[in-house]
Design a protein around this ligand. Structure first.
Ligand code: ADP
Length: 463
């Protein structure tokens, strides 16, 4: 560009000088034409030589900065922020070029900052557990994040610029958007979500007031799990209250009857005192089970995992429960091959005892007199699986998936009568999971049940 201007200027000077020379030559007398021609040619050459310097100076200091500025402005308009121009001119053009460069530099920095902010904002919105959708005044989608696409079940890639009612068929949600676009108040609501699975959705909708556009923004939160937890908590509180109320009512009634005079009747007194003792035991067991569950659910470091020999744990449990089994004439059988004798698991000794106590106690409780409870175990490379099998009343198939829930009983009256709290299997499940193990149950109604607990094997300790 610079060279082009410079050469154009030189050409202009040469042409002007040549034209002047031609006029001089045409007017000169014929006899002195030769002399005049030489003088004119010399003059043209001299003029050309003398003007090269000023032309170069003029081009370099005034024309080049201007040309560069025009080119620089065009590049910036095309988005090439930060583009710099030649600053070698003098005076005003030098100042102009430097100001242009600093403006371009600031523009580039601001644009980079804007891009970074926008990127950050998008990353935050993408990572949110809440769904976010922004629409303009015509209900066209301006922005939507991944979670919104997941919750409302639309294709994120094609959502932009589509009408809101095209991306979701939920009339309730469409009505909320329409209401917020008409009014100016934010709106908050929780409602049942009409989807293949029952869900709850909390929606916060607010007007979107931009400098150029207006619209609405929706924040969607799936509250299904929260609602479920709330329901579980309410059920649990109701169950606990009920379980506490029943024995307390019996104790209260017995005490009142004794105070009303039955204490004087020696034959009746013993009966009432026995009932009080029995219900107190029940309350005591319930509170112990509740405390255990609370401790497990608080997630405290309550387990001390170490190698535990399975045979010892089972034998100790048998010793504790034999009197109960004997009272019902139930045989406790321990099936143990010589290889099984050495097997060890990674477990908390007390937790493993608790698991075995609950399972074997249940087996004894729910097996009619004269029955049999057998405990056996076997190992794979990584785990040891313990089985507690009885030939008792069994569990109906429809109840099997629920027996590990808190307070779930197949037959409430029978469980209470046998002194059950309804928490035993729930504790077993939590303890087994806490030791990285599993528990499952199989059963045939009227024939018996089998509970299998698998725990990580501790090979090093098996010597
Ligand atoms: P409970 O204190 O009532 O025994 P659990 O949580 O230990 O509570 O057991 C839950 C329910 O599972 C029991 O009420 C009973 O209906 C059923 N159940 C557990 N073990 C057995 C078993 N070995 N045979 C038959 N039913 C059982």
């Amino acid at each position: 560009m610079f060279l082009r201007f410079f050469l154009t200027l030189i050409c202009f000077i040469v042409i002007t000088a040549s034209l002047t020379a031609m006029v001089v030559l045409v007017r000169s007398p014929a006899e002195s034409f030769g002399e005049t021609l030489v003088s004119v040619l010399l003059a043209v050459m001299l003029v050309t030589l003398l003007t090269v310097g000023p032309a170069y100076y003029l081009t370099r200091n005034f024309i080049r900065p201007l040309v560069e500025l025009v080119e620089g402005a065009r590049r910036i308009a095309d988005g090439e922020y930060g583009h710099k121009v030649y600053t070698g001119g003098r005076g005003e053009s030098h100042t102009l070029a430097r100001t242009f460069n600093s403006m371009s530099e600031r523009l580039a920095a601001q644009f980079a900052q804007l891009e970074e902010d926008s990127h950050q904002l998008r990353t935050i919105l993408s990572g949110m557990v809440e769904g976010v959708v922004a629409v303009d005044a015509d209900q066209r989608v301006l922005f939507a994040n991944e979670r919104a696409a997941e919750l409302l079940d639309f294709d994120l890639a094609t959502a932009k610029d589509r009408k809101f009612w095209e991306i979701t068929r939920q009339r309730h949600l469409q009505a909320i958007v329409a209401r917020v676009l008409q009014g100016s108040e934010p709106h908050r609501e929780e409602f049942d979500w009409k989807s293949p699975t029952a869900r709850y959705l909390a929606v916060y909708a607010a007007p979107l007031r931009g400098t150029r556009s207006q619209g609405a923004i929706l924040v969607l939160h799936d509250t299904t799990e929260l609602r479920r937890l709330e329901r579980v908590r309410q059920e649990f509180v109701a169950n606990v209250s009920h379980e506490l109320k029943t024995p307390l009512s019996v104790i209260k009634a017995c005490v009142e009857t004794l105070l009303d005079g039955a204490v004087e009747d020696s034959s009746a007194r013993l009966g009432f005192l026995e009932q009080i003792a029995e219900q107190s035991d029940r309350l005591h067991n319930l509170i112990l089970d509740l405390l255990t569950l609370a401790q497990i659910e608080a997630g405290a470091e309550y387990l001390e995992i170490e190698p535990v020999r399975v045979e010892h744990a089972v034998a100790e449990c048998f010793d504790r429960l034999r009197p109960r089994a004997d009272a019902k004439n139930i045989t406790l059988k321990l099936h143990c091959t010589p290889e099984c004798r050495l097997l060890c698991v990674w477990a908390d000794e007390e937790a493993l005892s608790r698991i075995l106590d609950n399972l074997i106690d249940n087996a004894v409780k729910y097996t009619p007199a004269g029955g049999q409870v057998e405990v056996r175990w076997h190992a794979t490379a990584e785990t040891v699986c313990l089985e507690v099998e009885d030939n008792g009343i069994g569990i109906p198939e429809r109840d099997l998936p629920r027996i590990f829930e808190r307070f779930y009983r197949v037959d409430k009256a029978r469980s209470r009568e046998l002194g059950g709290t309804g928490l035993g299997l729930s504790i077993v499940k939590h303890l087994a999971h806490g030791m990285k193990g599993t528990v499952k149950a199989t059963s045939t109604l009227g024939q018996g049940s089998k509970f299998t607990v698998c725990l990580p094997r501790s090979r090093d300790a098996e010597t």
